[in-house]
Write a protein that binds this ligand. Sequence first.
Ligand SMILES: Nc1ncnc2c1ncn2[C@@H]1O[C@H](COP(=O)(O)OP(=O)(O)O)[C@@H](O)[C@H]1O
Ligand SMILES: [Mg+2]
Length: 255
Amino acid sequence: MSDPVFECRSASVTLSLSGGARPIISDINLDIQQAEFLSIVGPSGTGKTTLLRMLGGLLHPTSGEVRVNGAILTGPPEGVVIVFQDYANALLQWRTVAANVAFGIERKLPAKECTDRVNAALDLVGLSRRAEDYPWQLSGGMQQRVQIARALALRPAVMLMDEPFAALDAMTKAGLQDELLRLRDQTRTSFVFITHDIEEAVYLGDRVAVLKGSPGRIEDIVKIELPSLRDQISTRQMPEFLAYRYGLHKAIGHG
Ligand SMILES: Nc1ncnc2c1ncn2[C@@H]1O[C@H](COP(=O)(O)OP(=O)(O)O)[C@@H](O)[C@H]1O
Ligand SMILES: [Mg+2]
């Protein structure tokens, strides 16, 4: 196997708050491989977003270390993008949809290539016809798709996604799930995907990590051994799929 893209070794984050220092995540040990899809589930407040911010270089581990392609992380690494939960704040309200998607690449690429990438990304998320609209003219789900398109346009090596589909309707969500899997196969992008939807975690994941407790720790990492070509209908009704779902609900503490 090739070297992992991410390596976390006993990484912990403690934040200094008004009431004093508070450990948020603790003793995180995790490797993420190229082209791997890692889902992360866990109750709210267990530090999932904090973990993602640490991987994205926005937050330094207080102890332990995080490496990207072998080098200690010192800031947001090249080729790693984050899709945030809070799409409204992630978009630039005075830019059109197309200009939002172009934001990260317009200064790096020739105009033609930039336009091609923006169009391809908008096509992937089904928003080609809204390219000239402004974010405030779109529904919440559409705004989130714009944010996803912007991440796709960067053609990143790693996508860190924080509950990216939580605001979407079931049909759009299923379509984008399959799009991510297709993209992973085509581009060998690695995904770290936080979700509160256990079925989504299993459907997408090569592995599912369970974060629990306060401070949050990785309680378990479940390898999902389902056929790699997943299908919204047949995969979701496989006995193995249901067994993973059941086991993860138990692990999280849902009865
Ligand atoms: N910048 C911050 N300042 C203070 N507390 C924070 C900050 N970020 C996160 N926390 C706290 O850390 C804990 C974990 O938060 P978070 O990572 O958002 O969890 P999750 O995404 O699993 O819901 C929560 O108790 C939250 O209140
Ligand atoms: Mg969160």
